[in-house]
Ligand binder design. Sequence first.
Ligand code: ACM
Ligand code: ZN
Length: 483
Amino acid sequence: MNSIHPFDALIPAPFSVEKRDGTIAPANLKTLHADPEFSGLAEEFVRLAAVFGIRLAVSSDPDADLVLRRNDSLEAEGWSIRVEPASILLESAGRAGMFYAFSAFAQMLFAAEIRGPASAVLPCGAVTDRPRFAWRSFLLDSARHFQTPATVKAVIRLLAHFRLNTFHWHLTDGQGWRIATDTVPPEANTAELTAGQYTRGELRDVAEFAAQHGIRIVPEIDIPGHSRGLLKACPQYACDPMSPGSEFCLGNPETIPFLKKVFAELLDIFPDSPVIHMGGDEADTAHWEKCPRCLAAMKASGCRDMRELENRFMIEMTRFLVERGRTPMLWGTCSGQTYPPDTILQSWLDIREPLRIAPNGNKIVYSIHNSLYFDYPENPSEPFETWMFELSEKGVYMTDPYITWEEKVKDAIFGTEACLWTEMVPEWRVMRKILPRLGAYAECAWSLPEKKLWHDYLRRKELLEAAGYYDYLLENCREKGKK
Ligand code: ACM
Ligand code: ZN
């Protein structure tokens, strides 16, 4: 394979590229100047340059060889890199954009250096970039298998490197309750597959780390199902305390006040998270249908069935968030429920679901399992469960949130999310499940469809891999995660 022009080596593919005559040798970059708000990123550039044996000195002179400058005419997450014969200018309207410029610059350097440091040059020209979708998210399930805060931070940094901006943190499930709170007793953390719980301090520290990388955290407590551990510890909130199961009792008048206390603590731990996920998926109606209190509540509220009662229950819970200035997010389901229009729905199961949901006015995050669930095996030689489909890197790449929908549905879909569930993924498998498919996913979330070409992506990925970029990424993310 021939070398690729460094502007053509980027993942995800950028919005526009302009190539000019002339070059600059990275080895000639001696000084770096950063506008004050980017001074924290200067150290990142110095360390990146050091990987290639280049000693960059931070300078107060705005005429430095490498300049990080604020440019308010760019979009919120947009960025640009302009390469001139004697200097390189990186611009963005904010910190997230400058981190993206940093990560793109890293890819350019690896692509340039593959011919050997002595021949490495960056050609002149400009790359200007901005995202296709405002919501570019990745879910990590820390409930089934726990990950240390260092691993969680490494994942978050990896997301930022691929220009993603949202980290959906699945913190509770039947197999583990990973939030140390005052309201929920420690026994709720059955920790069936691995031990571990995050203290408030650790959760806040991870949130701070994410914010520094331009990433919003969407913490999730999954109700009214997926709650087996909690209900074992607090059986009074189950339909049958002798056999609590996984669902909260919808007819117990104490359930909602208890859950509001639990969520109030979550809001306190994550004061800067505008969106809070309340789950809402896969609750089994069997316990409710046999429970006198649930049956009485269904009758009293005039609901036709338990799904409708569940819907009422979730509406009341989502209102609790709205009253506190947060946006609720829920898993969409196939059961035809309707939610308040200010709820974001995450479509995961049914490819037709967005068509049904859009008329209610909800915004939709596209997350259909057979294209975006990273627990599914990339190839059949990996361990996997019977419920999983095969999901190759190409399968991820071919995903397009808009591909099948009518215009009015496109308006509702404002982003996408890939998910790493961890029933089969202990901490040591996390990174190998995420890479390399994350790059393919990032291109679906960030790049315009007309910039997406599978073979072109493969060429870029192969070059960056051969150049050592993916090794650098892993090392860089792990190292930063420890801090
Ligand atoms: C889900 O996969 N149960 C959201
Ligand atoms: Zn009940």
